[in-house]
Design a protein around this ligand. Structure first.
Ligand code: DHB
Ligand code: FE
Length: 460
């Protein structure tokens, strides 16, 4: 099922959704740079040179040079960002809005003084209203379109050919994504350091890494197309200015973060913007308010689980969608909310119309406390009972309140609520068969933490 976009037939209107945002990312970021006086000066002194510092498309640059707002919007611009460019030129919002309507400034101002444009005839494309007519279109845009006619035609033809070949493909009717498995694992920065510094065979580390030997083979055999990796950001990309409860990475690439020792020497993470945007739209429409993040440096919470499961490859084996959960500053989301969100994520994945094998990983935990006189708390019995219950009765486990995690598993043991997102995405929760336990492992200690690890497979 493609994304539901009921807003496409509103005349003279571009809704700024995740697809537009992706298209317009650098154009909008360029506009943001004009919030600084020194940048406005540099831009005004030599627009072309300033624009060439930005990885925008040539069409976006031409649209900016022509100051054609409709053209900029067609390449992904959003009015609140474009307004920074307008302000740089000394334009008001009324002048900017009016410039897109094909009216003169005076005509537009008069229309507003007379009560504004009427909705009658302007609700749906094809009605007789005055917003249906030709839009303001600069000569530069017209010239650009004429000289790129062939590219446009080629694009349309490829889109048609692609649609045809998808429709003709065997099993096309069943061509939707599936959650094939979930993986659960602790993350600890010291594990990443042990890998990066070649210490995995040392006596302290060897028993830990032995617990992931099977997992590495399993992952190589499974060949997922995408991993949705649920993790927490540790005051890395999100500081106390902004604390999103749930954030999904919709960008195309995510760099390993510098957490103070320099970035880990691991490959950048390739995202899956299309699936991530689809998940965002789907679960937000189910009332889970995600934060969308295009620009995100990923810390040990994400890279250490990848290293444990993949070793040290040149590139990670598939695209990874980062999904960050706030477990740093209270209030943190409840186990129940996480479990419900996992179910919504599964429905979102399964409504994506490409036959992708998707794994959902839940990371962090198990018992650990990194602070205060109680630092070093480990509760192996509680952790193992958590693993038992995660397998057999996740819905009941989701009812465990925060305070039990803190009392029993240490203040940082709260990271375990994230595992309930991955568990909620498994088929049995939606009435399917119980998953197969492909692997289970538990080890104390890694630094301050009890390491737990589980692989659950959905039956095909
Ligand atoms: C440790 C564990 C964590 O989950 C973390 O984020 C940082 C440190 C540790 O055990 O040292
Ligand atoms: Fe952590």
């Amino acid at each position: 099922m493609p994304l539901d976009k009921p807003y496409l037939d509103v005349p003279g209107t571009t809704i700024f959704d995740a697809d537009q945002s992706r298209k317009g990312y650098w154009l909008n970021q360029f506009c943001m740079s004009l919030m600084k006086a020194e940048n406005r000066e540099r831009f005004k002194a030599d627009e072309r040179t300033y624009l060439d510092d930005w990885p925008m498309t040539e069409e976006q640059k031409q649209a900016v040079l022509a100051r054609d707002l409709n053209w900029m919007m067609s390449t992904g611009g959003n009015i609140y960002f474009l307004a920074k460019l307008g302000a740089t030129d000394g334009k008001s919002f009324q002048q900017m809005a009016g410039s897109m309507t094909g009216m003169t400034e005076q005509q537009y101002r008069d229309m507003m003084l007379h009560g504004g444009r009427r909705p009658e005839g302007n609700r749906i494309v094809g009605e007789g209203g005055d917003a249906q007519g030709p839009v303001a279109h600069s000569e530069a845009w017209t010239r650009w379109e004429a000289s790129h006619q062939q590219d446009l035609a080629a694009d349309v033809m490829t889109a048609h050919a692609k649609a045809r070949s998808r429709a003709d493909a065997p099993g096309a009717a069943a061509g939707h994504a599936r959650v094939t498995a979930s993986v659960f694992t602790s993350h600890v920065p010291a594990i990443g350091a042990a890998i990066d510094h070649g210490k995995t065979a040392e006596p302290y580390w060897q028993p830990l890494f032995a617990g992931y030997e099977y997992s590495k083979r399993w992952l190589a055999e499974q060949k997922p197309d995408v991993i949705l990796l649920v993790y927490n950001d540790h005051a890395t990309s999100f500081d106390l200015r902004i604390i999103p409860t749930f954030a999904i990475g919709t960008g195309a690439e995510f760099q390993p973060a510098d957490e103070g020792y320099g970035p880990r020497p691991v490959p950048p993470v390739k995202g899956h913007p299309k699936l991530a945007s689809h998940i965002a739209q789907s679960v937000i429409q189910e009332d889970f308010d995600l934060t969308l993040v295009n620009d995100l440096a990923v810390d040990h919470g994400l890279t250490v689980p990848l290293s444990l499961m993949c070793g040290q490859p040149e590139a990670w084996p598939c695209p990874v969608i980062p999904f960050a959960v706030n477990v740093v500053q209270y209030p943190v989301p409840s186990g129940r909310r996480c479990f419900q969100l996992g179910q919504a994520i599964r429905r979102a994945i399964e409504s994506f119309d490409q036959p992708l094998k998707v794994q959902v990983w839940g990371t962090g935990g198990m018992s650990h406390q990194l602070q205060g006189p109680r630092a070093g708390l480990i509760n192996a019995d509680w952790d193992n009972r958590f693993l038992d219950r995660l397998i057999a009765e996740p819905a009941k486990l989701a009812d465990v309140p925060h305070i039990e995690y803190v009392r029993e598993a240490g203040s940082e043991g709260i990271e375990l609520v994230m595992w309930l997102i991955a568990r909620g995405a498994m088929a049995d929760v939606a009435g399917g068969a119980a998953p197969t336990v492909a692997h289970r492992f538990f080890h104390v200690p890694a630094s301050n933490t009890a390491v737990g690890h589980l692989i659950l497979e959905n039956k095909t």
